[in-house]
Design a protein around this ligand. Sequence first.
Ligand code: NAP
Length: 279
Amino acid sequence: MANISKNETNLTLVLGGTGKTGRRIVERLEAQGLPVRVGARSAALPFDWADSTTWAPVLQNVAAVYIAFYPDLAVPGAVDIIRAFVDQAVQSGVGHLVLLSGRGEPEAAQCERIVQESGIDWTVLRVSWFSENFSEAFLRDLVLDGVVALPAGAVQEPFISAEDIADAAVKVLTEPGYTGELYELTGPRLMTFAEAVGAIAQVTGREVAYVPISLEAFVAALTEQGIPADFVALIRYLFDKVLDGHNAYLTDGVQRILGREPQDFTEYAQKTAMSGAWN
Ligand SMILES: NC(=O)c1ccc[n+]([C@@H]2O[C@H](COP(=O)([O-])OP(=O)(O)OC[C@H]3O[C@@H](n4cnc5c(N)ncnc54)[C@H](OP(=O)(O)O)[C@@H]3O)[C@@H](O)[C@H]2O)c1
């Protein structure tokens, strides 16, 4: 576990440092013996996007920040929060910002511009849907229920593993030559949600079915389950506006940063099944 490291300088602050990408980045930086600070509400020194008074202490002695905003750069208010945070990071003496961004979201593009115009070094990692949404986020419960009912139709998405995002983020955080660049990262294969669910069923031996449903039925089901309205609104936005087919293309960001191919969804599913995440 990363400690508060009050006396250390040149810290890398990993926001969302206990989440899907952040946790993996922290592990990799610590394995290299580099000084790291976890940024999260549950961290030793708490960081809360909703409480700007928590930001300054967490930014002390920080040289670089990995920014994984929660829940999504597309939610109302995110652009203002990112602007305020970037201002404070610059004032605190941070030298490099690495922003985790999403593809095809105008609000995320606004946040990218704020980071790009910060006046300090920046790198943008604009990524496709994470494979780990099926094992570390809300889709996991649907997999375990055996019925993944989603309003994704036949849309194709190049799912990317958080392992590849973490490898790429660590590289751009620790090695020269990646600043002033926006990298678009995807997995190696366009897949429908039905194919992704099929791959999980195959490697786990579980009966898991993909059922296409309408957006309205999906939203009604989430609301009935008591999911908070703002989260329902975000999920609705993602399936309606982001997963509408305009992101159905592959990019070479992983290859450009890491010099290797990204992990295929089947490899992710096999490794995840072996880890017991779907038991
Ligand atoms: N998931 C995807 O497929 C995907 C695709 C493209 C882009 N993205 C982008 O990736 C970012 C992260 O999304 P994610 O779904 O993968 O989430 P995540 O990083 O797994 O989110 C969880 C992390 O955020 C922290 N957190 C939650 N609420 C917080 C708050 N109020 N203040 C500070 N930290 C908070 C959590 O720690 P605590 O609970 O301890 O605070 C935890 O470390 C988003 O900006 C999203 O747009 C995601």
